[in-house]
Design a protein. Structure first.
Length: 118
């Protein structure tokens, strides 16, 4: 469950490493969108974002477990997001591990760019 002022990891190559959740649009689980502020950036690569910028993001990993229809529980060791650009397309071109539940919310482009789908 992601709430306001939660520190999140960014799992794409947009240039951001850490982000702070400013506003949760729905209930804060996998597949929901949030408004974030970039808090830490990666200095080694060409950045698409700068420190202090606000962006929309989609939640792809949570520490809080989520029960699937088959009865299994899904939880990870971090709270993570993927930054979104115009028309809810991902800002980065490479994305780390994401959850399969994103397909239900219409984020198929994120699933196609992901290195690993859980």
């Amino acid at each position: 469950m992601i709430k306001m002022n939660t520190l999140l990891d960014v799992v794409d190559n947009s240039g951001a490493k850490k982000a702070l959740c400013i506003k949760v649009f729905q209930n804060g689980t996998i597949g929901n969108t949030v408004l974030i502020s970039v808090r830490q950036v990666n200095n080694k690569q060409k950045m698409k974002v700068a420190k202090g910028e606000m962006h929309k993001a989609v939640i792809v990993q949570t520490k809080k477990e989520k029960r699937r229809k088959d009865g299994s529980l899904l939880h990870t060791s971090q709270n993570a997001v993927v930054l979104l650009g115009k028309k809810d397309s991902p800002l980065g071109t490479r994305i780390g591990s994401v959850s399969y539940e994103l397909r239900k919310f219409g984020f198929v482009k994120i699933l196609s760019l992901a290195s690993h789908i859980v």
